[in-house]
Design a protein around this ligand. Sequence first.
Ligand SMILES: *Cc1c(COP(=O)(O)O)cnc(C)c1O
Length: 380
Amino acid sequence: MFEPTIDFIRSVFDTDQFIPLHEPKFIGREKEYLNDCIDSTFVSYVGKYVTQFEEMIRDISGAEHAVATVNGTVALHMAMIVAGVERGDEVITQPLTFVATCNAISYAGASPVFVDVDRQTLGMSPDSLEAFLEKHVVRKDDGFCYDQSSGKRIGGCMPMHTFGHPVVIDQIAEICSRYGITLIEDSAESLGSKYKEKATGTFGKVGVYSFNGNKTVTCGGGGVIITDDEAWAQRAKHITTTAKVPHPWEYVHDEIGYNYRLPNINAAVACAQLEHLDAYIDNKRDLAGLYTEFFKGQGISFVEEPAHCYANYWLNAVILENREQRDQFLRQTNDAGVMTRPAWTLMNKLDMFKTTTPHDLSQAEWLEDRLVNIPSSVRL
Ligand SMILES: *Cc1c(COP(=O)(O)O)cnc(C)c1O
C-alpha cells in the first residue's frame, strides 16, 4: 500500500541502501578544527572554540548571551535553575515531547504538568494553557501562581518546538507574562527556526538548543543556553563550571555546581557545523518541499510549517488516518529499509510522569496515534 512512498523516498535519497531517519553530515572544516584543537592541547572546557561557538550562537539567535553545555538535557536543567525553578514546583509543559524535557524538570526537583498541543504546530496550545491557568491556578500575594489541586507553585512554563516547527510562541509568552510565569523554551530541535522573523528560543527568559548526533547540526553531544539576561548567563556559566570562584590558585566553590561545560573539542566540531547551518536548512526545506508535493498526490497529510513561521524542518512528519494505518506504514517502510519512527509515547503515560489530575490532552492523543517521522537527512 505504501510502495509509492517507499519508492519516492528512495529516489529522493538516490540509494537502494538503508535510509536512516537523520544522519549527521560533516562536509566542512570539522577535521581541520579538531586537529587544531588537539594541537593546541586545550581540549577541555577552556579554549577558543567554546568562545567562538557561543559567539556564533548569539549571532544566529540574536540572543545577548549564550552558555555552552555538554548536551541539551543539562542545558534545560540549568535553564530551570537560573529561572528559579525549585524543588516541589510544577512546570507546565506539553505531553508530546522527547523525554529530556520532563527529565530536566525532574532534575530541578519539580514535576511536569501537562497542557494539550495544537494539531497545526504539534506544540503547546495557547488556548489549552490559558484554560488550565483559568481553571486550576490561583495567584497568591507572593506573585506566584499555585496549582489548586496539588497546592504546588508553578515554577515555569516550557513549550517545545516539535521537530523544528515553532509553537504560537507570542501568544504563549503573552499568557505567561499576564500570569507572572517564567517562560523557558525547549528549542532543542529548532535551531534556525523563526516565529515572525524572530528565532525560537528568544521569546522566553531562557531557551536552549541541542547539538546531539541526530539534530540539524551536531558536535557529537552538546547544548547551549541562550538568554538576554546577563545575570542569568553569568550564573549559568558559573554553575556549569563547578561554581568555582575565580582565583589564581585557590579552589573555592560557593555553591553546589556541575561539570556541565562543553569541551573545546566538541565546540571545534560545532563551529565547523554552524558554518553550514544555512545551507543545511535550505537543503532540508527543499526536501520538505518535495515531500509536500508528493504527499498531496497520495492523500497522506504532510506536516508543513505553521503560519508566520520559518521552520528548520529538522524531522519531516506525516499524519496517517489512524493508529492501524500508522502501524502499517511503520511496518512496511521499516521492512523496506526506509527508517521511519512513531511520535514519542506521551509523557503523561510514562510511569514517572503520570499525573493524578488528568487534563484534556485529546489533541496530543490524536497525534500520538497518527504521527510518523520520515527520513530527513541533509542531502549534501
Ligand atoms: C534532543 C532534545 C533534547 C535534549 O538534547 P540532548 O542534547 O540530546 O541532551 C531536549 N529536548 C528535546 C525536545 C529534544 O529533542
